[in-house]
Design a protein around this ligand. Structure first.
Ligand code: G3P
Ligand code: CA
Length: 377
């Protein structure tokens, strides 16, 4: 099956004339052709919450920087405000990345979804970054607001030289019944569920204009099925990790009971229960309409984003054998970019789009500082 699919995908991509050979690719031409047939760059640079190493995550500073660096996709975690507006925020709580404790002390522990958009817009979603990362702090980050999906779409469309796509995660979808339907309506209203007409795109469409301009992602099986029902023609991936709500671990032991010194050490010892358990999850992804998976990875230097290693070569081969792509989250260092590419992944979620673009030999001609300053930061 994979070879047959690969050949037809290659033929289709040649007919469509989409995509060009990347400067770096450890994966086979079969996966490159498969990605191209879906209109997805290969390998793909997915700017995780924007260029969030250099600017406060999910703010205009991070998304405009990722766009202008040349990232293929702007990644976001989608939530819905109390009055029904779609907005981007990773955490359920506002405490880590905003001044909610100062502005709404009585409600500081409420989920973000318990606030109206007008209330969310009063929050400062930038200053926390300056305190957490003083070496990357900028006075212009103070007061940056939370963004709506509409505003992120405006950013994605805002640079005539480079139009990235959107890589949208339904975050905690059980908290938001109907989120998939609301997302479909918004993307449809903004004209993002169809490729841009070739006359408007003037020649070969950019990522944010072609058929892979929107990628949908979720950890939640039910949400994947709802996304498929609402947007059957839009590429989707199933996010994977080892733990509650996802792949069953070999040994069920909480971090507290594990005796490990940090979460990275704990996760590095987490494995799927067995091979069949991993295969069941990728088979589910395929049967539910996903064109790929988004597995976690163990980072060489640990840290908060280091999870179970789900990009072992046999895992990537099993996924490829089913005609699916692998987009791994979340890698920031060249040592991990290389390990992942050598293991056969097809794209990387990164907080450091500037570094991944360099690694793929697609560096921005302007520095991070220059681009931030160009955008008024
Ligand atoms: O969406 C890919 C990756 O972002 C999943 O992890 O927790 O950063 O959303 P998280
Ligand atoms: Ca995410």
């Amino acid at each position: 099956m994979p070879d047959t699919f690969g050949k037809s995908a290659l033929l289709l991509s040649l007919i469509l004339g989409m995509g060009s050979a990347p400067a770096y690719s450890a994966a086979s031409t079969t996966e490159a052709a498969l990605a191209s047939a879906h209109g997805i760059p290969h390998p793909a640079v997915i700017a995780h919450r924007g260029a969030s190493f250099d600017a406060p995550e999910s703010t205009a500073a991070a998304y405009t920087l990722a766009r202008d660096l040349g990232a293929d996709y702007l990644e976001m975690d989608l939530q819905r405000s109390k009055d029904g507006v779609l907005f981007a925020l990773h955490d359920n709580s506002l405490l880590r990345t905003t001044d909610v404790a100062k502005k709404f002390p009585q409600r500081k522990d409420s989920p973000a979804s318990a606030f109206t958009l007008a209330e969310l817009k009063t929050l400062d979603a930038g200053s926390w970054f300056n305190h957490a990362y003083p070496d990357r702090a900028r006075s212009s980050y103070v007061g940056l607001p939370i963004l709506t999906l509409d505003e992120i779409i405006d950013i994605a469309q805002g640079n005539p030289q480079h139009k990235p796509g959107l890589y949208i995660e339904t975050k905690e979808p059980r908290q938001f019944p109907g989120l998939e339907h609301d997302l479909k309506n918004k993307l449809s209203e903004r004209g993002w569920l169809e490729p841009v007409a070739s006359s408007e795109a003037q020649g070969q469409p950019q990522v944010g204009q072609g058929k892979g301009r929107v990628m949908l992602q979720t950890f939640d099986k039910n949400s994947l099925e709802l996304l498929q029902k609402e947007m059957p023609g839009t590429p989707k991936i199933l996010l994977l990790w080892v733990g509650e709500g996802s792949i069953t671990p070999e040994i069920s032991l909480s971090f507290a009971d594990s005796g490990e010194k940090d979460k990275a050490a704990y996760y590095s010892k987490q494995h799927p229960k067995d091979k069949a358990e991993f295969i069941n999850w990728i088979d589910f992804a395929k049967a539910s309409g996903a064109i790929g998976t988004g597995p976690s990875a163990a980072l060489t230097h640990g840290g908060e984003q280091s999870y179970a290693d789900l990009i072992q070569p046999w895992m990537n081969t099993a996924t490829h054998d089913r005609g699916m792509l692998v987009h791994v989250y979340t890698l920031d260092e060249p040592v991990d970019f290389k390990k992942a590419m050598d293991a056969g992944v097809d794209g990387i979620f990164t907080n450091r789009a500037s570094e991944l673009l360099k690694f793929y030999q697609r560096p921005s001609t302007q520095s991070v500082s220059q681009l931030l300053e160009n955008n008024g930061y």
